[in-house]
Ligand binder design. Structure first.
Ligand code: ZN
Length: 413
């Protein structure tokens, strides 16, 4: 079926709701060529029934006329990115600095980032993190500003957060301020070599205090020692892990630590936009040399991670300025360049990500009882993972935010 035909049918179906069967039952039905359920199963000719924002059923075949006839498209659960920086953007001068910006201008950039993220099929993201996330999260939750379900760590714990008691107090303050998780900077930036910064005791104190407060912990760690310390401290997830050896990969597997490598978007984005970053903070020529050398190193590390049976891989991008709305590139890179099977890469970005966020019973799969976060892509991502670039339908919590596909062209971001 042509894209134009789909759009016309969907529009007609919308207008039909008040008098159709859907209105009597309050149900919305979505028919796709196939549905990938986010847990490794594929259902041909799937029809999903949604009521009151939740998935009621998902079945093979269809009875009657669906509200949204997407039978040329593949249905998936809304994608999840466990690591973005939703507030980051290029400013007035086109550079990655917010100098001279008012708080209102900064917030509008965040709103734009939230919008492009949702339109690209990501219905939940974890921002790691910024104080402005709290107000953005509240605005999106009010249901008018379109954006993904947003989780945030607000402000991170670092080696400069003070004594062990001061760190524990800081974690409790993050909880009181509304944090969904705690971010730890346990190592330097990869542009500065990635060596461990927080002591083992500081890492332990932060992760213990977070656990006591009911918060998860995400640990920025590049060097082997920082990955080991985070894992042994019982922290929830290690992010980056660029210098992980087989020993650290196995240690994370043994401890059930979620591992979020970032191999396909963040470094590439820095290099593509080098002129916009160069000269700001640690974005100097030496740092860029680290970034360039890091790309093949991270790719090889990821291949070794794939070979560790039972290692709990998740999908996060570390998306910053220039990368918002392009989170799917990480999944595509994992499949096309690093050799992860497409089905596994999609499961990581959906149900595994949801579990790592403590939301496995709410989002991340097409299954009865879960939130109706449903997207449709043009193509079969199991055969061509780049179909994830062609998101033409986005529903979050039962509300349709996107149902457009200009005829004969790729959808606009
Ligand atoms: Zn980050």
């Amino acid at each position: 079926m042509s894209i134009r035909r789909i759009a016309v049918l969907a529009a007609a179906a919308c207008f039909a709701i008040p008098t159709g069967a859907g209105a009597q039952t309050g149900a919305i039905t979505i028919r796709g060529a196939a549905a990938l359920d986010g847990r490794g199963s594929s259902i041909a000719g799937a029809t999903i029934v949604v009521r009151d924002g939740r998935i009621v059923s998902i079945d093979r075949g269809a009875a009657g006329t669906p509200t949204y006839d997407l039978r040329g498209l593949t249905l998936l659960p809304g994608l999840i990115d466990t690591h973005v920086h939703i507030d980051t953007h290029f400013g007035k001068d086109g550079r990655a600095t917010t100098q001279g910006e008012t708080p209102q201008q900064s917030m509008l950039y965040s709103v734009e980032n939230a919008y492009v993220t949702l339109m690209s099929g990501f219905t939940t993201v974890q921002s790691i993190g910024s104080p402005s996330d709290v107000d953005l999260r509240a605005a999106i939750a009010r249901g008018i500003v379109p954006g993904p379900r947003l989780l945030t760590s607000i402000t991170p714990v670092t080696e400069n957060s003070g004594t062990l008691d001061a760190i524990r107090a800081f974690v409790r303050k993050m909880k009181a301020d509304g944090a969904d998780l705690v971010k730890l900077f346990a190592s330097k930036s990869s542009r500065e070599g990635g060596g461990q910064t927080m002591t083992d005791e500081q890492i332990q104190a932060a992760c213990d205090a977070a656990k006591a407060a009911g918060l998860r912990t995400w640990v920025h760690a590049h060097s082997p020692s920082s990955i080991r310390a985070a894992t042994l401290a019982g922290c929830t997830a290690v992010t980056h892990g660029s210098q992980a050896t087989d020993a650290e990969l196995r240690l994370m597997q043994q401890h059930g630590t979620w591992f979020e490598p970032n191999i396909g978007l963040v470094s590439q984005n820095y290099l593509e936009n080098k002129a916009r970053f160069l000269g700001i903070g640690n974005f100097n020529e030496e740092g860029f040399a680290f970034t360039e050398r890091g790309i093949p190193m991270k790719r090889e590390m990821f291949k070794r991670a794939l070979a560790v049976n039972g290692l709990k891989l998740i999908m996060g991008t570390d998306a910053g300025a220039g990368a918002h709305g392009r989170s799917a590139e990480e999944i595509i890179y994992r499949v096309q360049v690093a050799g992860q099977p497409a089905g596994a890469a999609i499961t990581d970005a959906t149900s595994h990500n949801a579990m790592s966020l403590g939301l496995g019973d709410k989002i991340g799969a097409l299954a009865p009882g879960l939130e109706a976060d449903i997207i449709a892509v043009d193509g079969d991502p199991l055969k061509d993972i780049t179909a994830l670039r062609r998101v033409v339908f986005v529903m979050r919590g039962g509300r349709v935010y996107r149902n457009v596909a200009p005829p004969g062209s790729s959808p606009q971001r």
